[in-house]
Ligand binder design. Sequence first.
Ligand SMILES: Nc1ncnc2c1ncn2[C@@H]1O[C@H](COP(=O)(O)OP(=O)(O)OP(=O)(O)O)[C@@H](O)[C@H]1O
Length: 315
Amino acid sequence: MNVTDDRTTAATDAGDHEIDRTDSEAVIEARGVTKRFDGDGGGVLSGIDLDVRNGETTVLMGPNGVGKTVLLACLAGGLHPSAGEIRVFGKQPSFAGAQLSFMLQNALAIPELSGRENLEYYADLHPAATGEWRAIAERLDLADDLDRKVRDYSSGMVRKLELAATLSVDVPLYLLDEPTAALDLTTVDRFHALLEERADDGATVVMTSHTPRDARAADRVVFVADGRIVADDGSEALLDGVPPIVRTTARADIEKVRELVRTGRFFEGDAGRRGFLGPDVEAERAAADDGIHIEEPSWTDLFNYYAHVVSDERT
Ligand SMILES: Nc1ncnc2c1ncn2[C@@H]1O[C@H](COP(=O)(O)OP(=O)(O)OP(=O)(O)O)[C@@H](O)[C@H]1O
């Protein structure tokens, strides 16, 4: 991940994507957001349109390196789009800083300070800081480590510190970059309890994640692939949208099976060689062939479907 600011090189160009009317329910409105870095060829984001409404919890999912963190940083005002327009509470993101709390992973903690010194520093910095960091550190099981230097922290301890700093700010919008990465499963549950409390208070949350647990807890999953949004729905609806799985064993005639699966493509993994049943193929007929099993899609299948099949079909 590398999303340091580049305000000096990027220009905001609303072009054809101007936001002419601000929806009072919309916390975030993004139109045609494109992001290029010097020397990155085709660019990272290529025309993102996204509306996030008040009180929604949204998870941005997608393969490594597709630009989820870059998008989040653009929404937070830390990066400027190369083209397109973003409004947060009706303003340019850089003017909405007092209304949001942004956690960019591994970018917040100062290693030479203790955990406590870091949290005190951030509590002084944000105008809406609540001082709740002590209670959050306690709930995330970090209290006993607060007097250690952050340079000696494990990656999970750093994440807990970042969460304590970010969530102890009373704002209507939280932008969280992979908040559950590196957390143990008990802490993931505690993080979700904290998030639910923020949501119950009416806060809007946008976070990036790779885990089904985070996606299931969200109102909405926005799937990003190849710099675009390829799917946007509740996690159950996204799973329902994945075709049945054609799993093949060594006995299957692979060339014959290729005709049954969407785009003729297979994905190899722990759960065998798997493809997605083609739109015009009957499951019963496919299952009649030797070495072929029709199965319900898993979350890994969901990921492969939106990241590779849907994304390729839209290219
Ligand atoms: N400041 C920068 N300069 C140049 N390239 C950058 C910069 N910041 C990010 N990138 C590039 O943008 C692309 C998208 O990065 P980003 O961190 O948004 O991916 P991601 O979807 O969050 O991935 P992951 O799931 O691995 O965290 C990567 O190729 C990354 O190297």
